[in-house]
Design a protein around this ligand. Structure first.
Ligand code: ARG
Length: 470
């Protein structure tokens, strides 16, 4: 009987139970955080006179050796020791003997695991803000290169009105900005210390939670010990942020897939970010974009999974909560994989400006503008809409586009048409006419890019002040 909690038991754990309840196969991912938490805890025990300093020194040294062994991959984790917390303690006993048993004074695995998770997600939140920032930079880079590239804008996936390609890309910069802000906001609730809550009620030892918070860089301490050990809201929030980011990525990916099809031919993705077909030699597939789109599903699944685990759980800790981990780790890996690829894929894509240009010159996406032309001459908008509708129908029947009509043909539909109508139809004119804050006119898009660049600098500053080396 070698369990750390074996005293009360007269039988060995059933092998299947051991395998079923162990979390070490996945929570070993938390070893850095677990050891950092233990070092802060035991340092505090020394400082408060709860443990003699020489014991503390031996434990801290031992924890550093265990950490080194883990980093070098020299450690074999054991299912019999259940989870990362007890694996570390067992390894510490190997290093320094029975004095290792003093580490767990005034602490429970319940406040310990919560602390590990807070430390873990705090680090990842900053990492993801950084990856989103790099993606915004790539999008802004393409936007700046395409400040005069005009492309059809769509509603219902039908050509609607011409827009700057830069304007389209900047819409995604805004989405990812909201994602950044959501992560930054959730960081405040991640950066709260649970340690010191004990199993659920606090501890009898005269500990110093402020000191531990300071050691680990936490801004606040949980107000309520029961909440501290049973709160997983910060994980739900992280998964919700991740689900929204994946939703945004999948929308962008869907556009990349469409735009790179022969039917659109608006862009070409770099060879380095595409793959071939095993049978059709001509093919170049946007696999990365498709897979990011596809992996969105598993992240949504993890969000629903954790919400369901927590639903109706009584206070305080319940073993169900161990189910918070795999979905979170998988989400971190999935999101990291997607974001790392997205920025270089965007930065290296080739924009087929001629093809985009051709698409706007041979369609009716300037129809709104000649309706507005009549409105400016006093025709009520609804009536102008009707007139232009008929004009478009006339064009379709004649196999023509609006610029192809003679002025006489125009005048058959309204006497108010003059020769200046042709200028109104030019795509540049159509785009630049939308000179309203947030609109697609070059002037407005340039302004939006400028403001987005200022935010990049703010985000970079946030990363500096919230990274682990604060
Ligand atoms: N492996 C456990 C988890 O992830 C650690 C906490 C265990 N606490 C307990 N009272 N059994 O939830």
């Amino acid at each position: 009987m070698s369990k750390l909690w074996g005293g009360r038991f007269t039988k060995n754990t059933d092998q299947l139970v051991e395998e079923y309840t162990a979390s070490i196969l996945f929570d070993k991912e938390l070893y850095e955080e677990d050891i950092a938490g233990s070092i802060a805890h035991v340092t505090m025990l020394g400082k408060c006179g709860i443990l003699p300093q020489e014991d503390v020194d031996r434990i801290v040294d031992g924890l550093h050796s265990v950490l080194g062994r883990m980093r070098r991959g020299e450690v074999e984790f054991s299912i019999a020791d259940e989870d990362i917390h007890m694996n570390v303690e067992k390894l510490l006993i190997e290093e320094i003997g029975p004095v290792a048993g003093k580490l767990h004074t005034g602490r429970s695995r319940n406040d310990q695991v919560a602390t590990d998770m807070h430390l873990y997600l705090r680090k990842r939140t900053v990492e993801f803000v950084d990856l989103l920032l790099k993606l915004q930079e790539a999008l802004i880079g393409q936007a700046k290169d395409n400040l005069d590239t005009i492309v059809p804008g769509y509603t219902h996936l039908q050509r609607a009105q011409p827009i700057l390609f830069a304007h389209h890309l900047m819409a995604y910069v805004e989405m990812f900005q909201r994602d950044i802000e959501r992560l930054q906001d959730s960081w405040k609730r991640i950066n709260v210390l649970p340690l010191g809550a004990g199993a659920l009620a606090g501890t009898t030892f005269p500990i110093d939670r402020e000191f531990v918070a300071g050691q680990l860089g936490f801004d606040r301490i949980y107000e309520n010990s029961m909440d501290a050990v049973s709160d997983r809201d910060f994980i739900v929030e992280f998964l919700a942020c991740a689900a929204i980011i994946m939703m945004h990525l999948s929308r962008l990916c869907e556009e990349l897939v469409l735009w790179s099809s022969t039917e659109f031919s608006f862009i070409e993705l770099d060879d380095a970010f595409c793959t071939g077909s095993s049978i059709m030699p001509q093919k170049k597939n946007p696999d990365v974009a498709e897979l990011i789109r596809g992996k969105t599903g598993r992240v949504y699944g993890h969000l629903v999974g954790i919400l369901t685990v927590l639903k109706a759980l009584p206070l305080a800790y319940n073993k169900d909560m161990q189910e918070d981990k795999e979905g979170m780790f998988d989400t971190v890996a999935t999101l990291r994989g997607a974001l790392r690829l997205m920025a270089p894929m965007i930065a290296t894509m080739k924009v087929n400006r001629e093809r985009m240009r051709e698409a706007v010159s041979r369609d009716f996406s300037n129809a709104t503008d000649i309706a507005d032309y009549l409105v400016n001459k006093g025709v009520p908008f609804r009536q102008a809409h009707e007139i232009i509708g008929k004009l478009v129908l006339h064009c379709i029947r004649q196999g023509k586009y609006l610029p192809d009509l003679s002025i006489d043909e125009y005048k058959q539909f309204s006497k108010l048409f003059e020769a200046d109508v042709y200028d109104v139809l030019r795509p540049e004119r159509v785009v630049n006419a939308r000179d309203v804050y947030g609109g697609t006119a070059s002037r407005q898009v340039a302004g939006a890019i400028g403001r987005a660049e200022a935010r990049l600098a703010e985000t970079a500053e946030w990363i500096k002040t919230h990274g682990e080396k604060r």
